[in-house]
Design a protein around this ligand. Structure first.
Ligand SMILES: Cc1cc2nc3c(=O)[nH]c(=O)nc-3n(C[C@H](O)[C@H](O)[C@H](O)COP(=O)(O)OP(=O)(O)OC[C@H]3O[C@@H](n4cnc5c(N)ncnc54)[C@H](O)[C@@H]3O)c2cc1C
Length: 383
């Protein structure tokens, strides 16, 4: 990162100006966009001015258990933040425990370290500022107004830059997630599908070398997860300390709206069935960044880039719809039937096939490959 100014809350200077690209949000999605824009130039060959803003310093606020397919860490050269790798998923139901071999390994990582490594792969400017809203292509922050022809909302589930002001829980299509981070060690990447923990959702324990990330996610936003999280931690012999939680979108949203690019949770890119949203934030953030880069270089107009990126995201809609359907079916299954399904499928070809498809929804191959060009929505509609 070329320029980084830490601003102490009580001593924040005003911030305004015009940039070529404004990336709002500096977590997984925002950092992926910024990475793709590293070294970006304008059509005249001059360096593009890219600013990324977040209300916190980069890597300051973790809101995730930080589990991801290991290939993603390797593809983005982020193994420096790696904590622990797992080759199987341990699934607990009220009727027993099943070990599911994973066709690809899963790893936990350290959030501040990963963000710092990603930020190093970018050369944009960074400022801390809270985004309050937007008028056209001007973003209002608590430090002033920022204008750019290309604006990315990577601000997470609330979708702050939407024309209607974004999503409000508990009525919006959102899940709840809360976890604790006690010190400790473990060997198993474990989840529990058990109505006694949460009627619709699951509990988890993700070991990360010297700490455990124990939490509960509820697909029903009205169900509070604090008490179940505390109980799960205590049942596992861990202290419920180091809380962190957030809302999690479980429905895909439009990836572009009113001239704004949305990536990661702001576009509902988190996967509905598993609440896995890190690799999808990377995946769509990378594609978004490439579109912006093309606009800067004069290869396409911003309108064309909006169409292309929107079409790319829309192409994944049916996969998200199927995962949402499955998310709704699972809690309705009788626990005994659920356990039977988990046991029977643990070594079947169907499971490897299903896992393979699930993995390819946001494959790390995108890191090394330019995405296939998408036909703009208007063209597809006319066809
Ligand atoms: C408890 C829990 C555990 C999870 N575990 C996993 C997991 O193990 N693996 C996985 O893949 N997914 C997990 N998820 C989901 C995952 O955390 C999200 O899908 C992912 O963080 C989305 O990334 P993002 O960059 O789009 O948004 P976020 O990570 O939410 O980042 C948004 C950024 O915008 C900033 N911001 C927000 N509002 C403003 C504002 N008004 N002004 C300025 N800045 C603002 C925030 O500070 C933040 O830096 C979990 C979620 C929860 C809640």
């Amino acid at each position: 990162m070329a320029q980084r100014r830490t601003t102490v809350r009580a001593d924040r200077s005003s911030l305004d100006g015009e940039y070529d690209v404004l990336i709002c949000g500096a977590s997984f999605a925002g950092l992926a966009v910024a990475r793709e824009l590293s070294g970006a130039v304008r059509a005249d060959g001059s360096p593009a001015r890219v600013l990324m803003i977040d209300r916190y310093e980069i890597g300051e606020r973790q809101t995730s258990a930080c589990g991801i397919p290991t290939h993603w860490l390797e593809a983005l050269d982020l193994m420096g933040s790696h904590r622990q790798t797992f080759d199987e998923l341990v699934v607990g139901t009220p009727f027993g425990t099943t070990r599911w071999p994973l066709p690809w390994s899963f790893s936990t990582f350290d959030y501040p370290e990963l963000c710092s490594l990603l930020a190093e792969q970018s050369d944009c400017e960074f400022e801390t500022a809270k985004v309050d809203g937007r008028t056209g292509l001007t973003v209002h922050t608590d430090r002033g107004d920022l204008t750019a022809p290309l604006i990315v909302d990577a601000l997470g589930w609330r979708r702050v830059l939407a024309t209607d002001g974004g999503f409000q829980p508990p009525d919006a299509p959102l899940s709840r997630g809360l976890e604790v981070h006690p010190g400790g060690a473990g060997d198993d990447l474990a989840i529990w599908i058990d109505r006694d923990i949460v009627p619709a959702g699951y509990g988890w324990s993700f070991p990360a070398r010297d700490e455990l990330r124990i939490g509960v996610g509820s697909f029903d936003p009205r169900f509070h997860v604090k008490q179940p999280t505390v109980k799960l931690a205590e049942d596992l012999g861990a202290k419920p300390e180091g809380y962190q939680g957030n809302w999690i979108p479980h429905e895909l949203r439009a990836a572009t709206e009113d001239g704004i690019f949305f990536a990661g949770d702001s576009a509902g890119h988190c996967l509905p069935l598993s609440a896995e949203g890190i690799r999808t934030a990377f995946y769509f953030g990378i594609v978004c960044g490439r579109e912006l880069r093309g606009v800067l270089a004069g290869e396409r107009t911003s309108e064309h880039a909006l169409e292309r990126y929107g079409a790319f995201s829309d192409k994944h809609e049916w996969k998200y719809r199927w995962m949402l359907k499955t998310q709704r079916i699972v809690p309705r299954l009788h626990p005994r039937a659920m356990h039977a399904v988990v046991r029977v499928t643990r070594r079947s070809r169907i499971t490897s096939w299903a896992f393979g498809h699930y993995f390819r929804i946001a494959s790390p191959d995108i890191v090394g490959a330019a995405p296939a060009p998408q036909r703009p929505r208007a063209e597809r509609a006319a066809a």
